[in-house]
Design a protein around this ligand. Structure first.
Ligand SMILES: Cc1cc2nc3c(=O)[nH]c(=O)nc-3n(C[C@H](O)[C@H](O)[C@H](O)COP(=O)(O)OP(=O)(O)OC[C@H]3O[C@@H](n4cnc5c(N)ncnc54)[C@H](O)[C@@H]3O)c2cc1C
Length: 302
């Protein structure tokens, strides 16, 4: 099948981009890795594709005010290879899981988040970190937190005339540790289920949250501080990863039952996805906790 006819424009300035996006039926073209297949299958029929790749200020990657800022045309592979991504360890853990190197060389970070595939890695990372999306149009600029951004399968609060101009990912602070894991039938496939984990330890206080993906129509975030504290009381002061995983496994089934919200599909049943989430979260939360302890003790000894 071929795409339905469309007009193509490639503005060179941000103002021209907003003017083009204000036209009826216009659609942003970034890396094209999701949009082009959608057009080829005629699942979308935009009147005009607005190619944003010639706007220089959208191609910026920088650090400011406790965040790394990722502009709309920054490729996933550029971020993966840039030293700045080390400041947001969850991004470093998640980016290699996206498709294949060739996909990441074209696909943009913002494009993945705007596309909002429920099985995609970057929306889960943004949700776990409660990252900030900067949405801009000829009408002005607004910031939206990830917790308010994803509204359903492939749907977000972005208005038709708005551009996701940049993502702000918070830089990790001392005492934070992260984990990321997913299960797909082949490397590079979208995940059947995945978990991003963030644990923070300050003194004797620990809090933790996970974001699960591939298991509902959008990433699902849960605060699991209370079950993790129960586990920490059981395992004593210097647990190994396997001690933690064993103890967490007891809590994990209940957490998985809460977050998995799908009737199942041709790829996997809901019960199988619950099993995957339980296994992944036991492992990734254990790893995140141990990293958070290491990070907290490095600060204490420095
Ligand atoms: C074979 C294959 C395997 C893949 N595997 C994975 C995978 O495992 N995990 C994964 O997460 N992804 C995967 N992808 C998708 C890939 O990561 C895409 O790059 C990404 O989803 C979209 O980024 P893009 O820049 O290509 O966006 P495009 O395809 O250009 O756009 C996607 C959608 O987002 C909109 N959009 C793009 N940028 C903006 C913006 N700045 N503001 C507003 N709207 C915007 C477009 O209008 C369009 O609706 C795969 C793709 C392929 C072809």
């Amino acid at each position: 099948m071929k795409a339905a006819p469309f007009a193509y424009v490639r503005p060179g300035t941000i103002d021209d981009t907003f003017a083009e996006l204000g036209r009826d039926g216009a659609k942003v073209l970034a890396g094209g890795q999701s949009l082009v297949p959608v057009l080829a299958m005629r699942m979308g029929r935009p009147s005009t594709l607005v190619d944003i790749n010639a706007v220089p200020e959208l191609n910026t990657l920088s650090r400011s005010n406790g965040s790394i800022r990722v502009g709309a045309t920054v490729r996933q592979r550029r971020l993966q290879n840039d030293d700045l991504s080390a400041l947001v360890p969850l991004l470093r853990l998640a980016l290699p899981w996206i498709g294949h190197r060739e996909i990441r060389s074209r696909g943009t970070v913002c494009g993945s988040i705007a596309h909002a595939d429920p099985s995609a890695e970057l929306p889960a990372v943004a949700s776990c970190l409660d990252a900030t999306m900067v949405l801009t149009s000829a009408r002005g600029r607004r910031e939206v937190r990830a917790s308010d951004f994803f509204t359903g399968a492939m749907s977000t609060v972005i208005e038709p005339d708005e551009l996701l101009t940049e993502m702000l990912f918070p830089v990790a602070v001392s005492g934070e540790g992260f984990g990321f894991g997913e299960f797909a039938r082949r490397h590079g496939d979208f995940a059947l289920a995945g978990v991003a984990a963030r644990v923070r330890t300050v003194g004797s206080a620990t809090d933790a949250r996970i974001t699960c993906f591939g298991i509902a129509d959008h990433p699902v975030t849960a605060d699991i501080s209370a079950p993790l504290r129960i586990v920490l009381e059981q395992v004593g002061s210097s647990p190994t990863e396997s001690d933690l995983r064993r103890a967490l496994a007891v809590q994990a089934d209940d957490i998985a039952a809460d977050v998995v919200d799908t009737g199942g599909d041709a790829h996997a049943s809901a019960a199988y996805r619950r099993q995957l989430i339980a296994g992944l979260l036991s492992r990734e939360v254990s790893r995140a906790y141990l990293k958070s302890i290491r990070s907290a003790s490095e600060v204490a000894s420095s």
